[in-house]
Design a protein around this ligand. Structure first.
Ligand code: PEP
Length: 253
């Protein structure tokens, strides 16, 4: 990996205040691995509490509404999560796309609002198994990104892409290093084309999908993999830190 690897835990709809001890353990241990940038995205209800615990790790949200404050019962916008202590937001996760019918256009609006609120953004993309089997994975992922990418150059350092093949999320299956390298290379090509090589080089491309301590080193050593977005394994400090340690020891092959 060229730059500091970025390891981000997505807690999804998990966690009550009982999880704060895991957040504290992750944070204190992360201070020993300064070569790795570590962050967690707890549910909204814990953002402020995890932010108060965190001395080292970044804290973010898993979604935000794209609008201004107002009459949107149950929604939370980008300024509100920033006010709670979030420094980044994960947008376009496949579970949001599937469970809430989120379109690329909506995700693009969310990205623009998050950047306006001063947040960093992790934009997720990824194909289903049917799309991969049909040989259309790359075209599908690039089309998702083209429709959702923000029209900017300056805040490139505030954008991260996460490639997460849907069939690898929470299933224990991971893409092969060759498949990951091919997809990340194609994404890099699109970023170069969209923003120019200099701005593109600031955008890390994470891999996500059943990353665990025992496969992290191989995945993180794959060309163009700038880190990992981790679901299930981020719920235990021990497992998550195993991935952080793997990242601290990995050199690109
Ligand atoms: C995710 O949903 O972002 C994810 C990568 O989940 P898991 O690590 O559990 O596959």
């Amino acid at each position: 990996m060229a730059e500091r690897p970025y390891i981000v835990g997505n807690w999804k709809m998990n966690g009550t205040r009982a999880m704060l001890s895991e957040a504290r353990a992750i944070d204190r241990a992360a201070q020993r691995y300064m070569k790795v940038e570590v962050a967690v995205a707890p549910p909204y209800t814990l953002i402020h509490a995890v932010h108060k615990e965190a001395e080292q790790i970044g804290v973010g949200a898993q979604d935000c509404h794209p609008g201004e404050e107002g009459a949107h019962t149950g929604d939370i916008n980008a300024s509100m999560i920033a006010d709670a202590g979030a420094k980044f937001v994960i947008l376009g996760h496949s579970e949001r796309r599937q469970d809430h019918g989120e379109t690329d256009e909506l995700i693009n609006a969310k990205i623009e609002s998050a950047l306006d609120a001063g947040l960093r953004v992790i934009l997720c993309c990824g194909e289903t198994l049917e799309t991969r089997d049909a040989g259309e994975a790359e075209a599908f992922v690039l089309a998702q990104l083209k429709a959702a990418l923000p029209a900017f150059q300056d805040p490139a350092e505030r954008l991260t892409i996460a490639y997460e093949p849907i069939w690898a999320i929470g299933t224990g299956r991971t893409a092969t290093p060759d498949d990951i390298a091919a997809m990340h290379g194609a994404i890099r090509g699109l970023l170069d084309e969209t923003y120019g090589a200099e701005a593109s080089a600031q955008v890390r491309i994470l891999y996500g999908g059943s990353v665990k301590p025992d496969n992290a080193r191989e995945i993180l050593a794959t060309p163009e993999v700038g880190g990992a977005l981790v679901g299930g394994a981020s719920l235990s400090a021990e497992n998550f830190l195993g991935i952080v340690v793997g990242a601290s020891e990995t050199e690109e092959v």
